[in-house]
Design a protein. Sequence first.
Length: 154
Amino acid sequence: MVLRRNLLTVAPLEGCALLLGDQQDSHISQGGNICCVRLIWPCCNTWVAGMSSFPEVSDDPDFLDVSRLSRKCRFALDPREQLQAQRFARARNWRVLGSAHSHPGGEAVPSPADHRWTVLPALMVIVAGSGNVRAWWLTGVQSDQKHELAYLGQ
């Protein structure tokens, strides 16, 4: 509820946040670890046109039209906020597990740009404009190298 509210408050722009917590050994999960998000660290979306040093990738010609790119379909985390979040997490023996952001006009599925901008492997939570929340474990740069995670808490 907190994540949904924080990320959708800035609609129609994309909202963003960092996910702080720890990984716990689990005998239940086949992967061996469970990410436990302890704190949602809301961030400012600082994306501006031209900040990318690599080309956008998509089969959709509208996606490649730089004039159409804006904070409505892109996000970037403020590096100062990232450093503050990392310091806060380390002081508690936590770490930055990943990020969360909204897709106000789309689905809660990682886009090609999401894959391209993410340091892998990583936890990614996406909130759709409809309020649907989905969590993903991204393992590679290809869009088929993602695994939707089960929701284990309220």
